[in-house]
Design a protein around this ligand. Sequence first.
Ligand SMILES: NC(=O)c1ccc[n+]([C@@H]2O[C@H](COP(=O)([O-])OP(=O)(O)OC[C@H]3O[C@@H](n4cnc5c(N)ncnc54)[C@H](OP(=O)(O)O)[C@@H]3O)[C@@H](O)[C@H]2O)c1
Length: 239
Amino acid sequence: MSQASRVLLATGLTGAIGQAVVELIHPSWHIIGIRRSPVNVKEPVEWVQADLRDPVQMAEKVQTALHQLNVRHIAGVVHLAGVVYSDIATNSTSSEWEQMMNVNLRSAFELVKIAKPLLCSSASIVFVSSVDALMASALGPAAVYGASKAGLEGLMRHLAAEWGEDGIRVNTVMVGALFEGMGVADSEESESIRENISLGRLGRAREIAPAIRFLLEDEQSSYITGHTLRVDGGLNLRY
Ligand SMILES: NC(=O)c1ccc[n+]([C@@H]2O[C@H](COP(=O)([O-])OP(=O)(O)OC[C@H]3O[C@@H](n4cnc5c(N)ncnc54)[C@H](OP(=O)(O)O)[C@@H]3O)[C@@H](O)[C@H]2O)c1
C-alpha cells in the first residue's frame, strides 16, 4: 500500500475521464482500480482484473482483492466505467441491453454493496452518468444507454437517502458531450451539437475530473449528497 491513507475503489480508470481523475488525485489517494484488460502496470493504481459485464463475478474478485490487500477502510468509490451501443431502440438486442445495464448500472450497485461494510463515516460515492439520462442526443439514438444512466441517477438518490445516517454521501457527475473517450470524434457530428451548447464547444476529460474530485473530497463537499452535478457546458439552455 502507498503512503496515502485514503483508499479509493474505482472502475473506468483506463478511459479518458478515468486517466484525468488519476492524474488529479494521485498521490493523495491510494487507488484500487478495476479494469478488464490484463494488468501489467502497478503504479499509480493497484489493479484488480475483472469484467463488469459479469458484475457478480467482479464483486467476488474485488472482495478477494480487498481481503488480500488488507484494506480495512474505504473513503471513496467512483463508478466511471461505461459502455454505449448507439442504435434505434427497436434494433437494440437483448445482449446489448444486458451488457449496458451490467457495466453501466448493475456494477455500480454490486461495487457499493461490497464496499459498504468498509466505508468510513465520511465516505463519498460518485457515479458518472450522462445527459443521455435526461434526453435523446442529436448524435444518434441510445435509448438503452440512456435508461442505464437514468437508473444510475435513481440508484444514487436512493442510496443517498438510505446511507446518509451513516455519514456516507452519494452523488453523480452528469457529463455532457466530450471530444474524448466515448465522446464524438467526427467533426460534422460535433458541429451539429456544438450549437446547442452554451459555451459553444465540446468538453474535455480534464474538465470533468475536477467535478469528480470535488464530490469525492469531504473537505470540499461534506454537506452535498443526493445531488447531480451537471458538467455539460450549458447544454440546451436556449429554445
Ligand atoms: N466521453 C463522453 O463524451 C461521455 C459523455 C457522457 C458520459 N460519459 C460517461 O463517462 C464515463 C467515462 O467515459 P469515457 O469517455 O472516459 O469512456 P472511455 O474512454 O470509453 O472509457 C470507458 C471505461 O469503461 C471501462 N469499461 C468498459 N467496459 C468495461 C467492462 N466490461 N469491464 C470493465 N471495465 C469496462 C473501460 O475499461 P477497459 O479499458 O478495461 O475497457 C474504460 O476504463 C462513462 O460512464 C460514460 O458513460 C462520457
